[in-house]
Design a protein around this ligand. Structure first.
Ligand SMILES: [Zn+2]
Ligand SMILES: [Zn+2]
Length: 245
């Protein structure tokens, strides 16, 4: 291509980018300010959890010395004999702001937020989790949610996180065939709070798995996924979420 041709092509590409930016200006997912997907101020103001004070087992903020969220009483509520994970950690507390970031990512189709969310989660992956050649996997979205959004949001975060922390990602879980929550009736759903998962056909289960999800509220979804992973042969299980209630 001639120099003039290359110049013209460059001008067209810049013009197209400028045109796109005019049509769909990049806005902060939390405060709507123009310019960045997550503006500096909202990024700085996220309610980051101080990992030094969090419960080393369940990741509850301030649970370092005595945790009320994963003690025997809490486990009996879930009818669990042992805590389902070797360790859990989360990056931020669940607030209106962090919830909004997670929701905009899921529902706006702004897939570039996957990299931003993964970047916030990455420093919360403790170095000790790297022992035992772990594999990152994710809590899968229901089929209906995937169809509506056109993508599985946590699969994107798993891929982005894998790049940042240099740990391989694998798609190990799928939503159990008859248990697609959104397709269940309301009453049925109430009696079926924990989602059920299945191991993806053909997936070979690694011994050490880091399971990721966007939000941990009661833990029921993560616990159900852990049960499936363990019953399929995973020995050491960690969970890392973006936010936790
Ligand atoms: Zn903002
Ligand atoms: Zn705890």
């Amino acid at each position: 291509m001639s120099k003039a041709g290359a110049k013209m092509r460059h001008a067209l590409a810049v013009g197209a980018a400028v045109g796109l930016e005019a049509l769909w200006p990049t806005r902060c997912a939390i405060c709507d300010a123009h310019g960045q997907l997550l503006c500096d101020q909202c990024r700085a103001n996220l309610p980051y959890i101080d990992a030094n004070w969090a419960c080393p087992r369940c990741g509850a903020p301030f649970g370092m010395l005595a945790c009320t969220e994963c003690n025997d009483e809490a486990l009996s509520l879930f009818q669990l004999e042992r805590f389902p994970f070797d360790q859990m950690a989360s990056a931020v507390m669940l607030t209106d702001e962090s919830r909004r970031l997670a929701t905009v990512f899921k529902d706006s189709g702004e897939q570039r937020l996957a990299g931003i969310i993964a970047g916030i989660m990455a420093p919360y992956l403790p170095p000790r989790w790297r022992g035992g050649a772990p594999v990152i996997t994710f809590v899968p979205a229901t089929r209906r949610a995937q169809l509506q959004r056109g993508f599985d949001h946590m699969e994107l975060v798993a891929g982005a996180l894998s790049d940042v922390v240099d740990i391989p990602a694998m798609h190990l879980l799928e939503v159990g065939a008859s248990q697609d929550q959104r397709e269940l009736g309301r009453r049925q759903r109430a009696s079926n709070m924990a989602q059920r998962f299945a191991v993806r056909a053909g997936a070979e289960m690694p011994e050490t798995v880091i399971l990721i999800d966007d939000v941990c509220t009661t833990g029921a979804t993560l616990f159900a996924a852990a049960e499936t992973l363990r019953s399929a042969g995973a020995k050491t299980l960690y969970a890392l979420t973006f936010a936790r209630a």
